[in-house]
Design a protein around this ligand. Structure first.
Ligand SMILES: Cc1ncc(COP(=O)(O)O)c(C=O)c1O
Length: 391
């Protein structure tokens, strides 16, 4: 009998969030308003950051950061190719050059040494990525940024609930979290920018809403002038309260959400340890709390008898979802076809990125999953190894 579809992810929405959405719907204020302010306060309390700005997505946060930091033509921004395309697209769209930095072969995170080898006098920003729920080695990367006086934006899209040396991600510097549907805490679509820089926070807040001096909620509720002025041309990247309220309940349960994910990942790791050619990402050696956002394995065809894409189709046939996080950005069609003519030679040292881009696969992981679901996935892989190696 065909088993029920096991998705790659499913949001952890519970009754309090459903009730809260209904309350917002009945309140008469469904767009940016008091629930945004509440969410920003909760994120500040959780991360320890002094400022938090809720946005329509992390992509919006990346765009606003580039604009606020004045990045444009002639500038270089160092970021991994092993990331979601939004960062690279936006760097390109503001007219700057994305300079791809390689990552560690086993954690998929970049390092201070790799970044340093690419710094030129045109480097105006570094955007490293906390990967899959593990933190970057922030001390080394911040020391480098400080030494060269180059701003840093941490791409923390995967990192809500993650800690580095006892500090929650978001406590230091400028960070962008994603609240997209797959993330550990979700507002369906959404993002949060955090910083300790009051001026930058103010600028991001202004740019997210047409460049007006105040946002719509302030104007309506706190008696500010409805004729609020455009201080500079801005965007429309605000988050509706209808979405913000979803994250409030999840933030209250964040410890439980993270622990459930950790338990599932520990089970995966234990069961996968025996399988030839199936290798979970390694975790960093420095002190950290992994928030287990993604369960990524690397598929080694010469050892298990099939490649990553064959595994994904096999899982699909068995009603099991899987994903790829990520296909290297520089291997995407636009960058294959246009990088050379727009920006010149691509960094030739992207071996770890290219190697993993062909081989990584994300397995189902979400808090409501059962340990028996993990066993189902691992049994499916084990069976596939057995049949692929039959002579
Ligand atoms: C590493 C990384 N950066 C940025 C983003 C963009 O996030 P959003 O979908 O909220 O725009 C994602 C989304 O998955 C991501 O994985």
């Amino acid at each position: 009998m065909e088993q029920k579809f096991l998705p790659l992810c499913r949001p952890a929405i519970e009754q309090p969030e459903i009730d809260a959405v209904i309350e917002v719907l009945k309140s008469g204020w469904i767009t940016t308003g008091p629930k945004n302010a509440e969410l920003e306060n909760v994120i500040k309390a959780h991360t320890g950051a002094q400022h938090a700005v809720a946005l329509s997505s992390a992509t919006a946060g990346l765009h606003l950061s580039l604009v606020a930091l004045g990045i444009g033509p002639g500038d270089e921004v160092i970021t991994p190719s092993m990331t979601w395309v939004s960062t690279v697209n936006l760097i390109t769209l503001v007219g700057a050059k994305p300079v791809f930095v390689d990552v560690d072969a086993d954690t998929l995170m970049t390092t201070a040494e790799r970044i340093e080898s690419l710094i030129t006098d045109k480097t105006k920003l570094i955007i490293p990525v906390h990967y899959a729920g593990a933190p970057l080695d922030l001390d080394a990367i911040y020391a480098l940024a400080e030494r060269y006086q180059i701003p840093l934006i941490e791409d923390a899209a995967h990192a809500i609930g993650c800690e580095y040396k006892g500090r929650p991600i978001g406590q230091t510097g400028h960070c962008i979290f994603s609240l997209h549907a797959i993330k550990n805490v979700t507002t369906a679509e959404g993002g949060i920018f955090t910083t300790n820089d009051a001026q930058l926070a103010e600028r991001i807040r202004r740019l997210k809403f047409h460049g007006l001096g105040v946002d719509a909620f302030d104007r309506e509720n706190q008696g500010r002038a409805p004729q609020a002025e455009v201080i500079e041309p801005g965007f429309k990247y605000n988050m509706p309260d209808l979405c913000a309220v979803l994250a409030l309940g999840q933030m209250q349960r964040l410890t439980r959400i993270t622990q459930q994910r950790q338990k599932l990942v520990a089970h995966y790791r234990q069961l996968l340890a025996e399988l030839p050619g199936i290798r979970p990402l390694q975790v960093p050696e420095y002190d950290h709390q992994h928030c287990c956002h993604l369960m990524i394995i690397r598929v080694e065809p010469h050892l298990c008898g099939f490649d990553r894409d064959q595994l994904i189709s096999q899982l699909k046939q068995l009603n099991i979802g899987a994903g790829i996080h990520f296909k290297a950005c520089h291997s995407q069609k636009y960058y294959r076809d246009h990088y050379l003519s727009r920006f010149g030679e691509i960094n030739p040292n992207l071996q770890n990125t290219e190697f993993n881009s062909q081989r990584i696969c994300s397995l189902p992981l979400f808090p409501d999953m059962q340990l028996s679901d993990v066993e189902r996935v691992v049994n499916a892989i084990t069976h596939f190894i057995g049949t692929s190696n039959e002579t």
